[in-house]
Design a protein around this ligand. Structure first.
Ligand code: ADP
Length: 568
């Protein structure tokens, strides 16, 4: 029997279990994991016999059933169904012609319909007010096209299962950058977009040196306007503080780690930022549940290694059985074979190990752990390459000739927004959001209620006045001011907003050091956070070679998906 938490069952029933003709769930969670395991292991037939297929079906089923590893949502929803699209992450090109813009919009709609998310860099579009010779009119500029993409996403509703997700990027030297930076201002603007400014090292140096900054026409490369770099930077910081957007993506850092620089530059990421991709590339993700990777108060390195090996094989198999939205996506995905293995349950693991999140010890373990995951992932990818061959663009990659790998990238830290609920653990590498909270349902207004299991276990084991402690925790979502709890416990169970933004960033940087793709991380800020805090964090992120950064201030104006605390 698969054992699942109530919240997990609710999510599965709503959107993941196959429905019968009556419209109600016709599949048990166990059958779901079987369907997925069998569908993915079918790829094994290409290199082995029926026995191989059966063996891997069992291994894949077993890791999912134990909630030790889960693939991204589209794989859980669509494997073995007519939808068949299994990747979460896509990047599409945006070229400066009406025909290609609307062709990209159509491709995005089809991707969304089956639960995938799309990222775009709009910087090739001519600026607002630029002449359009074919019509004799004037261009409306990148932001107005983003609004069209946004409206389309809102209507597609991801095949009834997900609301839309897009990443929109504009480079800091585009003439419309100021309009872009404040594009989220006002209720309801670009709700289906995360937006990020594409930042180069040259821009950061201009900001540090207080130098002028040229905005350049993307087609004829003429300087359209010159701004003070510091002023532009302050606009970015101010809007990020108020609206949680824009984030930054660091284009030169991404480029310096691009595994296939000979094929072209990477100028965009998927919606949550964890996968930088070239136009038409897609990537499928999966995450190891770290809360299942401890043994007797220590990291279970052996169990972790075994799970990594199965997970990498699973993700490589996904590429074979995946159905692609169009031939261009299929071709480049096959040629680079990017996959992204990441983690969830990091905060739960730290609690099991007795290490508070905001300590150097936690950050050091983060590096050590991710280093291990990266090394073992590469070892598994190398073993697959020996039998299946390296990824077809390998000879054009940074790995040629010394390291034949099956996959151009192996690791990526996704937000695990839904799969961590299914696995009943903390999301991604985030601290606990709250000890008790309500989660708003994605598609309707229902709320799911959760009290942290480890906290409850601790209370039942050590305290008599459990009810009164819980009452207080329900009220605030935290235990920091409950003086009847010992200080080390209050430190261990600190939640996202009680942890300073610098510690959030330190975890992101530690994981990024050993992640091929990128790390999706929300840097939580208290409502009282100032301009200077965001200014420093954004600069620190660049200095420490993060590939991007997003902040989220707990304020009424910011985006809000989780509510602290539960009343009653
Ligand atoms: P999950 O937990 O459902 O597997 P994540 O929260 O880890 O998903 O997100 C991983 C990626 O999946 C995102 O970066 C994005 O590319 C895609 N994604 C997430 N949410 C959506 C959504 N509502 N619509 C489309 N794609 C999404």
């Amino acid at each position: 029997m698969v054992k699942l938490a109530d919240n997990a069952l609710m999510v599965l029933k709503e959107r993941y279990l196959q429905k019968g003709t009556s419209g109600s769930a016709d599949e048990t969670p166990e059958e779901l994991f079987r369907r997925v395991a069998r569908g993915i292991a079918a790829a094994e037939r290409k290199w082995g016999g029926e026995k191989e297929v059966n063996n891997w079906t069992e291994s894949f089923f077993e890791v999912m059933k134990r909630l030790a590893f889960l693939p991204n949502s589209p794989t859980l929803m669509n494997t073995g169904t007519v939808a068949g699209q299994l990747s979460a992450c896509f990047v599409l090109p945006v070229v400066d012609s009406l025909e290609s813009i609307f062709s990209t919009l159509k491709q995005a709609a089809l991707i969304h319909q089956k639960g995938g998310g799309t990222g775009f860099n709009f910087s090739q579009l001519r600026p607002k007010g630029d002449p359009v010779y074919t019509s004799g009119g004037y261009a409306s500029g990148p932001v107005s096209f983003m609004k069209i993409f946004d409206a389309a996403s809102a209507h597609v509703k991801q095949g009834g299962k997900r609301s839309g997700a897009n990443m929109g990027i504009l480079n800091a030297d585009h003439p419309d950058i100021e309009e872009f930076i404040s594009a989220k201002k006002g209720l309801g603007n670009l709700q289906n977009f995360n937006i990020s400014v594409g930042i180069t090292d040259a821009f950061m140096k201009a900001v540090y040196g207080n130098a002028p900054w040229d905005l350049i026409h993307p087609n004829n490369r003429k300087v359209i306007k010159t701004l003070e770099s510091g002023n532009l930077w302050n606009q970015i910081v101010e809007n990020a503080l108020l609206y949680g957007d824009p984030g930054l993506i660091f284009l030169d850092t991404i480029h310096s780690k691009n595994p296939t620089p000979g094929l072209g530059k990477i100028n965009a990421t998927n919606p949550c930022g964890e996968v930088p991709l070239m136009p038409y590339e897609s990537c499928n993700l999966g995450s190891i549940n770290l809360s299942k990777m401890t043994i007797g108060g220590s990291v279970d390195w052996f169990g972790l290694e075994k799970t990594i090996d199965i997970a990498i094989r699973f993700l490589d198999d996904v590429i074979e059985v995946n159905q692609y939205p169009n031939p261009k996506i299929r071709k480049i995905t096959y040629r680079n074979r990017k996959i992204g293995l990441g983690v969830m349950g990091w905060a739960e693991m730290l609690i099991k190990l007795g290490i508070p999140y905001d300590t150097q010890e936690a950050v050091e373990l983060a590096s050590r752990l991710m280093h291990f995951i990266q090394e073992k992932s590469k070892a598994s990818s190398r073993s697959l390459a020996m039998i299946r061959g390296p990824f077809p663009n390998w000879e054009k990659s940074i790995y040629y000739p010394n390291e034949p790998l099956r996959n151009a990238t192996c690791t990526s830290i996704a937000p695990t927004g839904t799969i961590s609920v299914i696995a009943d653990t903390s999301s991604s590498i985030e601290p606990l959001f709250a000890l008790a909270y309500q989660r708003m349902h994605v598609l309707n207004d229902d709320t799911l209620t959760t009290v942290n299991r480890q906290f409850l276990d601790y209370l039942y084991e050590h305290h008599h006045d459990v009810n009164s402690i819980l009452e207080s925790v329900f009220e605030k979502g935290t235990c920091d001011d409950i003086t009847s709890l010992p200080t080390p416990i209050r430190s261990l169970f600190k939640t996202a907003l009680e942890i300073s933004p610098e510690w959030h960033l330190k975890h992101q940087v530690a994981f990024q050091r050993y992640t091929d793709n990128a790390v999706s991380k929300t840097i939580n800020l208290p409502e009282s956070a100032s301009h200077n805090v965001v200014d420093e964090l954004y600069k620190m992120a660049w200095e420490h070679k993060a590939k991007g950064i997003t902040v989220f201030r707990n304020s009424p104006k910011g985006k809000k998906v989780l509510n602290l605390g539960v009343k009653g």
